[in-house]
Design a binder for this molecule. Structure first.
Ligand code: ATR
Length: 281
């Protein structure tokens, strides 16, 4: 039940209408019986700073931040956790005593999604990361922090791959997009962090048959949930990790910080969001 004492949070993005976060947090609020509300906040880039400074004045406990504001969110914070510093991006804001604390929970969210699927954390292994944008930066940092031995970044634009590798040490190298298939034979983990394969876009042009039988294939795309990359990998008997797990797990830290309750990622929650993605709910 929502009372006058309800705790408030939301998700800031532009556009925001496709965000699954209100449904996700709304599910937990209902399931756990928390006196709280979590709302979508459509905010243009030029208004981001004004809105974030106003939210605590309206009693908000904090907010999630999504595209295109994660770097602006990093700038506006008074404190930042290690993952935020390493990625230059913030997806979770916590307001406390007039200060803005920034976190990047995509990092732990990604690792938890691997573990959920029985696929982590691959100590000493070799990961091939497709893409070199913000999501790639969070995932490379996550993998290195969990002891992955080598990360190879493969990106369409080599300059972006080199820029990303430059943030990390000598455990990260770069390979040409044209050579992506050649990189697969030695990989323990293949991750797609690009938008290729999303609904309305062409599928990823990659023959995964060169992967080892023990390799894990992960895709951060979750529209559709079963990308061609994942279905191809499953057809070869490989373990796969879809993009929904990262979305679900990144949300837990914010929920706990704003509402003071630990929320869990359960099969029922996952099914609820799958139904929304499939247009059944
Ligand atoms: P995000 O911050 O969400 O990761 P982004 O910064 O726009 O998003 O990154 C998108 C990634 O997808 C980039 O690595 C991009 O490659 P470029 O650096 O060459 O732009 C990659 N990408 C997008 N469309 C692609 C395509 N058609 N083929 C290959 N890579 C593509």
């Amino acid at each position: 039940m929502l009372t006058g004492k309800a705790r408030l949070a939301g998700v800031i993005g532009w556009p925001i209408s496709h965000s699954l976060s209100p449904a996700l947090h709304g599910y937990w609020i209902r399931e756990l019986g928390v006196d709280a509300a979590y709302v979508p906040l459509p905010v243009r880039p030029e208004d981001f700073k004004t809105v974030v400074q106003s939210l605590p004045l309206m009693g908000f406990q904090g907010a999630n931040v999504t595209l295109p504001h994660k770097e602006a969110a990093f700038q506006i914070c008074d404190t930042r956790d290690d993952a935020a510093v390493a990625t230059g991006a913030v997806n979770t804001l916590v307001f406390e005593g007039g200060r803005i604390h920034g976190r990047n929970t995509d990092v732990t969210g990604y690792l938890a999604s691997l573990e959920d699927a029985g696929a982590g954390p691959l100590p000493g292994g070799r990961a091939v990361v497709l893409g070199a944008g913000g999501a790639a930066r969070a995932i490379v940092f996550a993998l290195l922090s969990r002891g992955v031995g080598q990360v190879v970044i493969v990106n369409r634009s080599p300059e972006n791959a080199k820029l990303l590798a430059g943030f990390f040490g000598d455990r990260v190298s770069v390979s040409d997009w044209a050579d992506r298939k050649k990189e697969l034979g030695a990989a323990d983990l293949l991750v797609n962090t690009t938008s290729v394969g999303m609904t309305g876009q062409p599928a990823l042009d990659l023959d995964v048959s060169a992967l080892k039988a023990t390799a894990v294939v992960s895709d951060i795309v979750y529209r559709p949930l079963d990308t061609k990359l994942l279905t191809d990998a499953r057809a070869l008997g490989l373990k796969t990790v879809d993009g929904l797990g990262m979305l679900l797990h990144q949300a837990r830290a914010g929920f706990a910080a704003w509402f003071g309750v630990d929320a869990r990622v359960t099969p029922a929650l996952r099914q609820h969001l799958v139904s929304i993605l499939e247009g059944k709910s």
